[in-house]
Design a protein around this ligand. Sequence first.
Ligand code: P1T
Length: 383
Amino acid sequence: MTQSPNFHLETLAVHAGVEPDPQTGAVMTPIYQTSTFAQADVAQHKGYDYSRSDNPTRTALHGALAALEGGTYALAFASGMAAIDTILRLIKPGEHVLSGNDVYGGTFRLFDKVLSAYGIEFTFTDTTDETAVSAAIQPNTKLIWLETPTNPMLRLTDIATMAKLAKKAGVWLGVDNTFASPALQNPLALGADFVVHSTTKYIGGHSDVVGGAIILNDTAVYERLKFLQNAAGAVPGPMDCFLTLRGIKTLAIRMAQHCRNATQIAQFLADHPAVAEVIYPGLESHPQYELAQRQMKGPGGMISFILHGGEAAARLVARDTQLFTLAESLGGVESLIELPAPMTHASVADSPLAIDPGLVRVSVGIENAQDLINDLKNVLNKL
Ligand code: P1T
């Protein structure tokens, strides 16, 4: 497909990065399930020599990811954590990273338990507070890292404001856009230097593949990241790239349904007497409702809530729903429910980032909204 900045997301999701196979005309990108490629002569090949360095199915995925985020370059990884880890390899011992204080538990663990030991300094700050971020920037700061919306508190950071701040300080801004997906928010357009995704989530969309991605515009930094990726080797296999590409085709329509369903469910929860608090960027009660309206094309499919019955009630709800499966992860077509404190965010338990053990997080799928509401109602009415 001729790439055009004028195509809308729905069109890009179906076509971007994908061309009919030059050999056969196959409309779907083939799964080039090969580790290596024949060479005509020593070091003479058709652009591919070894699948850690590159693979045609991965190349197609790179094209799709770059187009979705409106970036020049994309790199696909074996997981979201591998993508984040590769960006952090741009930072040297003695340099400083300013991270949001409400990031995914695994991201916190990587920063605090792994990379700190290699001499990289981290400060965890509330990135919703511009003054706090300004004050936390140090002479050796190289990177500001944030999620918006955050996992699992669904706090929002004004990306454009952070980008201005980062530019003024001469530091990079990295945004983990996993919760919004490229359908709802494009951080590069707002001034971020890197966008990261756990493509395991909305981009893949079917809970059948683990993957990650970095999208960016800077050529020199891209070359360095590509070098690091090949040197360290956390690449996705061809089948994983194919599954992710296949998922991307329906990203736009899935996100629209996730948003519609979650909006109805958040309202239902807010009205239910067993529920003490609902956190959802699409509710006017969200403290950053106005920012959500301005920065996001939709409020997303993730909802967090707290019950009057606290942790005991939360555990019952998570155990007893039928359509909402009790499981980690998010962003798939099926609805999931979990308790971040003992599950996805167990790694922040003993830190200042610890999550209320009574917080319930749901990833609202694309099923019928009323069926999902009935499932929650059945359990909540028993509390
Ligand atoms: O699981 P992986 O593909 O490595 O992605 C890590 C990751 C990065 N960023 C965000 C915002 C994430 O939510 C995740 C993974 N999160 C879960 C598995 C979860 O259930 O929250």
